[in-house]
Design a protein around this ligand. Sequence first.
Ligand SMILES: Cc1cc2nc3c(=O)[nH]c(=O)nc-3n(C[C@H](O)[C@H](O)[C@H](O)COP(=O)(O)OP(=O)(O)OC[C@H]3O[C@@H](n4cnc5c(N)ncnc54)[C@H](O)[C@@H]3O)c2cc1C
Length: 396
Amino acid sequence: MTPSATTTPAWFDLTPDQRAILGPLREFLRSEVAPGAIQRDRDGAFPHDIVARLGAMGVFGLQVPEKYGGAALDTVTAALVIEEIAAVDGSLALTVASHNSLCTGHLLQAADERQRQAWLPALATAERLGAWCLTEPGAGSDAASLTTRAEQRGQRFVIDGSKVFITQGTVAGTYVVVARTDPPREGAARSDGISAFVVDGDSPGLLRGTPEKKLGLHASDTTPLTFEGLEVPSENLLGERGAGFHDVVAVLSGGRIGIGAMGIGLGRAALETAARYAQERRQFGRAIVRHQAIAFKIAEMATELEAARLLVRKAAVLRDLGRDYVMAASMAKLKGSVAGVNACDAAIQILGGYGYVEDYEVERMWRDARLTRIGEGTDEIQHVLIAREYLRSLAR
Ligand SMILES: Cc1cc2nc3c(=O)[nH]c(=O)nc-3n(C[C@H](O)[C@H](O)[C@H](O)COP(=O)(O)OP(=O)(O)OC[C@H]3O[C@@H](n4cnc5c(N)ncnc54)[C@H](O)[C@@H]3O)c2cc1C
């Protein structure tokens, strides 16, 4: 048989549709986002104007169906969008990734038709930003140990508790809150009895704390929240009462593809900066790229980022095909974030002293990328998940 390579596009090539989406996005990022990135990082300023303009371009409804005002992209293309944004501004990439994958992602995962119509259109256009509230002071990696409670009183639930590290905690208009409604049934897992609610940001009882001062991602909003007698109509319960943790796990798996892409975007930008610099900077009578120690670093960065990109692509393709992508998403997240951080670190080394100051931006990329090894499941938790899924696959 003749190989079909001449007629079948390679699965990693961009399609014409993807080129049509990424072209204008790259231009917008180059002209409107890149110039202010250093200043926003200094000021910790949330870019409301940029968010609104990206909202008009469909970037805040990446996978929302068109009938709710979204761009209806597949996961592969959504990951490419996040990589592009991260290559210019890590904070903006986290804003886009968390809004799409977590808050909006939870609604796409669990909302019924009435809830979709009520909540998705404003999220898809960034008229309202979304926040997803899972982590608590005492419940991080072990999210099922959360203690926020939602008690039913007639036709409403009353939520009490506190959350930490909530992206868009201050600036969001729509919140998905994960809380315990019931104790675990006998013999059931600890996660049994956990539910999720969609909450209007104007609700009395939703109290926003002081935004965190962070290592990086200064222009992304990270805020603790307290719920004090927060009343939510029963119709805002997402999915089945007590079975919400299944949706949480699914939302996190989808989100990990985006965080892997974010790590790659940051690492790619650092690699490009370092490669350009190494060709221009001369020491000992030659461009530093002619010193093999530097050229090998560039080779390593490029190879690791490409390997990570292929893992992100595989996880995204599996998700789009409706196949099991849990292990692939964890691998993509682990590899994408580690390759991204390592590339930023190597870029700082290649730039020497100039890498350590803000003008060349690689120090900011490193600070921003570092979060990708923590958020949406740490490296260690990805190892736990990958080992579990791999051993399960052997047993099948
Ligand atoms: C900038 C930022 C944005 C965030 N955005 C959000 C958000 O929008 N919504 C939200 O709900 N949360 C958010 N988070 C929270 C984030 O998901 C958690 O920080 C993360 O899951 C880790 O939880 P933790 O910080 O409590 O660490 P811990 O769970 O306390 O972990 C501490 C250390 O112990 C390790 N560890 C824990 N358990 C195990 C184990 N079983 N085996 C091996 N090692 C283990 C961890 O890997 C880590 O190294 C955000 C965090 C940050 C920093």
